[in-house]
Design a protein around this ligand. Structure first.
Ligand SMILES: *Cc1c(COP(=O)(O)O)cnc(C)c1O
Length: 436
C-alpha cells in the first residue's frame, strides 16, 4: 500500500483500503450480506480449518468491518483488531478470550459505570472474579495477583476523577508474570498510545470520539502483537492448551503462520462466533466516516476544553476544576507522560452550592445537551450525583470522585465563544438558587 504513511491524519483516510477491485469505488462499500459464496468445497474446508482467512458468515467477519478493523489496528500500532457491536461487548470479550470461571482479573477501581457493572455483577455471576484495586499505587496490581490471574484491566482517562492511569508501571508488573494489560482508551484516542507504554491489548467504545457523530454504537479490541502468550503457558491456559471448541487447536501454535495473533483470532473465532455481538456492516461504514476526521476533531475538542478550563478556573462560583491539564504532583506527571497528544475534552467542575446548584445548572443550559454520553461532536453535560451515580451512597459517590456539586462536561466542536457563553449564563442563573 504505497499511499499508507505513518501519520494518523493520513492513516484515517488511506489505511487498509484503496478502491474496490470490482467497481473502482473509492468509498468503502457497505457489504450488507450475511454470507459468502465459497469457490469450491476445498476452499470452504480450508476457511473452516483456518488454513486460510476469508469470509464465511458476517457474524464472524465482513469486508466493510474488515477495513475498519485493519485501519484501527494500523492507527493504534497493533497487528490486528476485532470490531464488535458495542464498547461493552469489547470489554466483555477482551476478558472472556483469556478468562474462565474460577479465574480472575485485576482491574482499576476507576472505570466507566457500564464496565463496573459488568465486572462487579455479571462476570462475577458467571464465575469470573474481578478484583478492584486503587491505581494510585501500581503495586496494588501485583498484590492482588495470584496464580489464577489472567489479565489486568484499566482505562487511560477514567471519569469523573480524570486521573490518568499508570500504564507503563502496571504493564511492567504484568509482563514478567505473563499477565497482559488491557487498556480502554475510549476517552483518549490519538492522545495516548497505550502500546507505546507496554499495554498488550487496547479496546475502544467506537460510539464516542471515533464515531464522533453520535449515530452508531460499536466497539473494537486491538491486539498489539507484542505479548508473549506462550512464555508462561500455565498462566494463559486458554491459549496454550487444546481448545475443545476448535477441534483441539492450541491457539499459540495453530495461528503461528498468521503472525502473533493468537489472542485476537481466539476472540473472533471462539468468543464472537459463540456469543455473537457482531457489528453491523452499516455501523462499520458509519464509523469509518467518523474515523476519517478524528485527528482534526480530537485536536479541536482538546483546544476547546483547555479554554473551558481557563474560563472555569477563574469563575467565582466554581470551587474546583478537574482536568489533566490542572492536575498536580504524581497525577500531573502521569497526565504529561501518557496524554502526550493532548489532555482530553472531558472536564469536571464543582459548583459552590452543592447538589441543588448542580441540578439548577443543568436545567439552565441552553446549548449543551443533557445526556449520559461523552465524545460527541456536540457539547454534553451531566450532573452525576443525581443521575449516573445516584444509586451509590454519599460515601461511595465520594470514593468515585463525585461530590454533590460535581458537573461533568464533554466539550464539543462548537465555537468556543458559544460554548463558554452557554456555561456562563447557566452558572449565572444558578447564583439565584438557594444553597443546600
Ligand atoms: C461508553 C463507554 C464504554 C461502553 O461503550 P458502549 O459503546 O456504550 O457499549 C466503555 N468504556 C468507556 C470508557 C466508555 O465511555
Amino acid at each position: 500500500m504505497p499511499h499508507v504513511s505513518k501519520h494518523p491524519e493520513t492513516q484515517v483516510l488511506h489505511a487498509a483500503w484503496r478502491a474496490d477491485p470490482a467497481t473502482g469505488s473509492v468509498a468503502v462499500p457497505i457489504h450488507q450480506t450475511t454470507s459468502y459464496q465459497f469457490n469450491s468445497t476445498e476452499h470452504a474446508a480450508s476457511l473452516f480449518a483456518l488454513q486460510e482467512l476469508g469470509n464465511i458468515y458476517t457474524r464472524i467477519m465482513n469486508p466493510t468491518t474488515d477495513v475498519l478493523e485493519r485501519r484501527l489496528a494500523e492507527i493504534e500500532g497493533g497487528v490486528a483488531a476485532l470490531a464488535v457491536a458495542s464498547g461493552q461487548a469489547a470489554s466483555a470479550y477482551a476478558i472472556k478470550t483469556l478468562t474462565r470461571a474460577g479465574e480472575n482479573v485485576v482491574a482499576s477501581t476507576d472505570l466507566y459505570g457500564g464496565t463496573w457493572n459488568l465486572f462487579a455483577n455479571t462476570l462475577r455471576d458467571q464465575g469470573i472474579e474481578v478484583r478492584f484495586v486503587d491505581p494510585a499505587d501500581p503495586e496494588n496490581f501485583r498484590r492482588a495477583t495470584d496464580d489464577k490471574t489472567r489479565a489486568y484491566y484499566a482505562e487511560t482517562l477514567p471519569n469523573p476523577k480524570l486521573a490518568v492511569f499508570p500504564i507503563a508501571e502496571v504493564a511492567a508488573i504484568g509482563r514478567p508474570l505473563g499477565i497482559p494489560l488491557i487498556v480502554d482508551n475510549t476517552a483518549a484516542p490519538l492522545l495516548c498510545h497505550p502500546f507505546h507504554h507496554g499495554a498488550a491489548i487496547v479496546i475502544y467504545s467506537l460510539t464516542k470520539y471515533i464515531g464522533g457523530h453520535g449515530t452508531s454504537i460499536g466497539g473494537v479490541i486491538i491486539d498489539s502483537g507484542t505479548f508473549d502468550w506462550a512464555a508462561l503457558p500455565a498462566r494463559q491456559p486458554l491459549l496454550n492448551t487444546p481448545d475443545p471448541s476448535y477441534h483441539g487447536a492450541i491457539w499459540v501454535e495453530a495461528v503461528k503462520p498468521l503472525g502473533p495473533v493468537a489472542y485476537i483470532i481466539r476472540a473472533r473465532t471462539v468468543i464472537l462466533r459463540d456469543e455473537g455481538a457482531a457489528l453491523s456492516p452499516f455501523n462499520a461504514f458509519q464509523l469509518i466516516q467518523g474515523l476519517e476526521t478524528l485527528p482534526l476533531r480530537i485536536a479541536r475538542h482538546c483546544d476547546n476544553a483547555v479554554k473551558v478550563v481557563e474560563f472555569l478556573a477563574t469563575h467565582p462560583s466554581v470551587t474546583r476544576v478537574i482536568h489533566p491539564s490542572v492536575a498536580i504532583g504524581e497525577a500531573r506527571r502521569r497526565a504529561d507522560t501518557y496524554l502526550s497528544g493532548g489532555k482530553g475534552a472531558l472536564v469536571g467542575f464543582e459548583l459552590a452550592g452543592g447538589a441543588a446548584a448542580g441540578r439548577a445548572f443543568i436545567e439552565a443550559l441552553q446549548m449543551f445537551y443533557h445526556v449520559a454520553n461523552i465524545g460527541d461532536s456536540r457539547s454534553l453535560a451531566i450532573h452525576p450525583a443525581s443521575t449516573t451515580h445516584s444509586q451509590l451512597s454519599a460515601e461511595e459517590q465520594a470514593a468515585t470522585g463525585v461530590t454533590p456539586g460535581y458537573i461533568r462536561l464533554s466539550i464539543g466542536l462548537e465555537h468556543i465563544e458559544d460554548i463558554i457563553g452557554d456555561l456562563d449564563q447557566a452558572i449565572a442563573s444558578v447564583s439565584a438558587v438557594k444553597r443546600d
